[in-house]
Design a protein around this ligand. Structure first.
Ligand code: AMP
Length: 204
């Protein structure tokens, strides 16, 4: 399998090459084409398998493709929720590398630092938000975000978010998001009954 056959587009392929990846990992080969086709996906994969690229690459490719068709205004188009600040920063690093030839604005939202710059970034308008649940909910409650045009929701490390007690936050956040026209991706290291229930609750 090669990255060329997965439907990612030349700008992203160039960034992948610059990242030094020669071929997709198994989770990437399995997930990327299915996500590009517009499906909701539940991915069971541990850290270290390349799972971050498995959802960020096709998400970026889809955002690029739809933008090229000129069909959307500048509202937040994708939201990635992850349990910890460290993971948010890691995902952001991945996105920066893969989207370096795309004109996308990205913001990170997490606790333990001042809210000011994060609020300002959201108010200025960003295409993609990568966030932890607690701070994201605080900023949504303050009316800083506009998710009315959301095209992608990603729940990363869903099992860990459940273990950390984030389910009520995630439910509240999801209630405030549009349900139509949205693709929902859920990634988890383990598949449990709780994770299956989550997929039924949040994927449509
Ligand atoms: P993750 O499982 O998302 O935490 O990724 C683990 C590491 O694998 C990260 O440092 C990625 O940059 C790297 N990686 C992701 N996809 C590939 C690939 N196709 N080839 C080589 N390295 C990769």
């Amino acid at each position: 399998m090669s990255f060329q056959t997965l439907g990612l587009g030349p700008n992203i392929l160039r960034a992948i090459e610059e990242s030094g990846y020669s071929e997709p990992t198994p989770i990437q080969s399995a997930a990327i084409p299915v996500i590009i086709e517009g499906n909701d996906v539940t991915g069971i994969a541990q850290t270290g398998t390349g799972k971050t690229a498995a959802f960020t690459l096709p998400m970026l490719a889809t955002l690029e493709r739809l933008k090229n068709e000129g069909s959307r205004e500048r509202k937040t188009r994708a939201l990635v929720i992850s349990p910890t600040r460290e993971l948010v920063v890691q995902i952001h690093d991945n996105v920066k590398a893969y989207a370096k030839h795309l004109p996308l604005k990205v913001a990170t939202v997490y606790g333990g630092v001042g809210e000011g710059p994060q609020k300002q970034a959201l108010r200025n308008g960003v295409d993609l938000v990568i966030a932890t649940p607690g701070r994201l909910m605080d900023l949504m409650d303050q009316g800083c975000s506009d998710f009315s045009g959301l095209e992608f929701l990603v729940l990363d490390e869903a099992d860990r978010m459940l273990d950390m007690g984030f389910l009520p936050n995630i439910r509240r956040i999801c209630k405030a998001l549009p349900k139509k026209g949205r693709q929902t991706l859920l990634f988890s290291a383990t598949l449990s009954r709780e994770i299956e229930k989550l997929t039924h609750e949040f994927q449509y």
